[in-house]
Design a protein around this ligand. Structure first.
Ligand code: SF4
Length: 150
């Protein structure tokens, strides 16, 4: 087993420091990204977007900022254990992913968040290959036939 390779697969390492120009560009791009992603998805600017894997529900709205959820504390009514008045973000992600037939993407193990990418532009980070691109099209969803249990 190659431990270094396993570690690389679990963590998004910052590949290099951004130049001054790239930092300015990141701020500009984040401004435009926010115009679109904050109202639509309540984006929390993690810089390492996994929206396309979570039914287009931002996982970073979870008070624990889980990227591989849910935590196990979800209440029987699908609400959050931290904020009982709110629905669990991962419950919402599952419901949305099921409607969109994308639940198989919820089985992916998402990388440990690199906090150095926080408040940077995810679009730029994809462009500069710091993070993986989003998955928009999936050929088949193994779980699409999960029966509706509501
Ligand atoms: S960039 Fe991060 S915080 Fe923003 S929508 Fe994507 S996953 Fe959520």
């Amino acid at each position: 087993m190659n431990k270094e390779k396993d570690f690389d697969e679990l963590v998004t390492l910052k590949k290099r420091d951004l130049s001054r120009g790239e930092k300015i560009l990141s701020k500009i791009m984040l401004f435009f990204e926010d115009l679109f992603k904050v109202p639509l998805f309540k984006c929390h600017h993690c810089g390492e977007c996994i929206l396309s894997h979570t039914g287009f529900v931002c996982s970073q709205r979870c008070p624990k900022r889980l990227r591989n959820g849910p935590c196990g504390g979800t209440r029987a009514n699908g609400h959050c254990e931290v904020y009982p008045e709110r629905k669990c973000v991962w419950y919402m992600a599952f419901q949305r992913a099921r409607r969109l037939r994308r639940t198989s993407l919820l089985h992916r193990i998402e990388k440990i968040h690199n906090w150095e990418l926080e408040k940077t532009s995810a679009w730029l980070n994809v462009w500069t290959k710091q993070i993986e691109p989003p998955t928009f099209i999936i050929r088949s969803d193994d779980d699409h036939d999960i029966k509706k249990q509501d």
